[in-house]
Design a protein around this ligand. Structure first.
Ligand SMILES: [Zn+2]
Length: 412
């Protein structure tokens, strides 16, 4: 039985953490910066030394390929992203790339003959820390964006994605994009507290929450705070406050990880001695199923309409953004679960509240994620931490899953 090399995996993660290291123990490694180039170079050097073949596509996605005995078979894709947010953590996406590399290294060293090629992938600029929106490279693979749109995106200094990609020497050929993918498995830190709360090292990803954003404009009657009797007021702020509290309570009817959040409230005119005539606020609703998302969204709207009527104000509700829930491939979810169980690691199934490249790849290929317990549930911060044993557990599960999938005949 082949096992991953935990010491080498740890050393690789710590070595990567030197690139863009911050004083407080985190990492600032924004996409397509010199630091990102250094991380890409280091990853490529290690992959080449392990006997993998490295190539780069027109989006800057780096693929490190371990050949199979059937070179024309669709590959197994494993990895994540090497970029970070400003003052982010050492692990985030880097963990997925390094775990993927360790699996490929072990397979290459052991000389196991696998039918399918394995490709370890570093998706360009997954975070929106420099270029927005997030996950544009995987989005292009899924047909969500054109390369022209992505190249034209500029950071705060006006530097474009396209120009920066060329500057760091990572603009490859469209012919190097991965074609048909047999399966994509992304290992990532959980970035939340669920696994730690349950005392579990691993979470088998079932999907990613869908999301609806609304803009709500509550309009009442602005009036002087002194001479206006309490019972005849049409106070937009009071109505908004009741809505905010009610929307929070709605999500409490559901088990985790369903969420509702009002993150932005703007009272107008915002004067101490005037009844607010208008409040503009945001609503963020998240659920794991399409039907559940629609239901929760409709319940939030009904609640706001009811409160508006009771408070004699007007509520204009506008849906400004909607992302369908991601449901990972059931066969792959079952496979990751059975391998985790077989290897004896405690786990639960988990739906992620955060976006990942796996979201877009799931639209074009069977996809699954494996989550690693995150200390204190903290991520996108300098104190982000993991337990090394959990990382090795994830690597061993990935190795086992890849080993199974790489022997599979074409499914069609
Ligand atoms: Zn990430």
């Amino acid at each position: 039985v082949v096992k991953t090399n935990g010491e080498r995996l740890k050393a690789s993660l710590l070595s990567m953490a030197e690139l863009g290291a911050t004083e407080a123990g985190g990492v600032t490694r924004l996409g397509l910066t010199d630091t990102d180039r250094a991380a890409r170079n280091r990853f490529s050097d290690w992959a080449t030394a392990a006997g993998l073949k490295v190539r780069v596509d027109d989006l800057g996605i780096v693929y490190a390929r371990l050949e199979g005995t059937e070179p024309t078979a669709d590959p197994i894709l494993i990895g994540s992203h090497l970029d970070s947010v400003p003052f982010g953590g050492k692990f985030d996406g880097t963990l997925g790339v390094m775990v993927g590399l360790e699996v490929a290294r072990i397979l290459a060293e052991s000389g196991v003959c696998l039918r399918r090629p394995i490709e370890v992938v570093d998706f360009t600029s997954e975070e929106a820390g420099r270029f927005e929106p997030a996950m544009m490279a995987s989005g292009v693979l899924a047909g969500r964006f054109t390369p022209e749109y992505v190249y034209s995106r500029a950071d705060r200094d006006g530097c474009t994605y396209g120009a920066e990609l060329e500057r760091i020497g990572y603009k490859g050929s469209p012919a190097n994009r991965v074609g048909k993918i047999h399966a994509y498995i992304e290992v990532h830190i959980e970035q939340g507290p669920a696994l730690e709360a349950e005392g579990l090292p691993l979470g088998v990803g079932e999907g990613i929450l869908g999301m609806i954003w609304k803009n709500v404009t509550v309009t009442g009657q602005p009036q002087h705070a002194g001479p206006s009797p309490m019972r005849s007021r049409r106070d937009a702020m009071v109505a908004a406050a009741r809505m905010i509290s009610g929307i929070r309570d709605l999500a409490l009817d559901y088990p985790d990880p369903v969420t509702t959040t009002v993150g932005r409230v703007l009272p107008l005119p915002g004067v101490i001695n005037q009844i607010p005539g208008q409040v503009i606020m945001s609503v963020d609703v998240r659920h794991w199923s399409t039907a559940g998302l629609a239901e929760l969204s409709e319940r939030a709207e009904a609640l706001m309409r009811r409160i508006a009527a009771e408070e004699k104000v007007d509520a204009q509700i506008e849906q400004i953004w909607r992302i369908d829930p991601t449901v990972f491939d059931p066969r792959l979810v079952d496979l990751v679960e059975s391998e985790t169980r077989r290897l004896g690691y405690p786990y639960c199934r988990l739906t992620s509240g955060a976006g990942h490249d796996a979201k877009y790849i799931n639209e074009i290929a069977p996809t699954v994620m494996l989550f690693v317990r995150t200390v204190g549930g903290k991520s996108h911060c300098e104190t982000e931490a993991v337990h090394w044993d959990d990382v090795v557990a994830a690597a061993d599960v990935l190795l086992s899953v890849v080993h199974t999938l790489a022997q599979e005949a074409p499914l069609r």
